[in-house]
Ligand binder design. Structure first.
Ligand SMILES: [Zn+2]
Length: 88
């Protein structure tokens, strides 16, 4: 008889980058109704610089397409997140 002593095999919270990006995109889209316009112009919604010049990785370009933020602004938001209280 198998003895199942696993404490909890239920749902694990999604630590999925795409989920984070979606959330950020929602936030950025909410704060910046011009996001689609920025995407059309291929600029960043935050700094208004050409995204291509400020996205230095493929991931950065994807982030920009989702959130409208260039990679530098995107990273700045993450760095800004909680400077005094780094995640455990
Ligand atoms: Zn930017």
């Amino acid at each position: 008889m198998p003895d199942n002593d696993e404490p909890y095999m239920g749902e694990t919270p999604p630590t999925n980058v795409n989920e984070l990006l979606k959330e950020l995109g929602t936030i950025a889209g909410f704060k910046n109704p011009d996001k689609q316009d920025a995407l059309n112009k291929r600029i960043c919604v935050k700094c208004a610089h050409p995204a291509a010049q400020r996205c230095y990785t493929d991931a950065g370009r994807k982030e920009w397409a989702i959130s409208g933020l260039c990679e530098l602004c995107f990273d700045a938001i993450f760095a800004d997140d909680d400077p005094e209280h780094p995640h455990p």
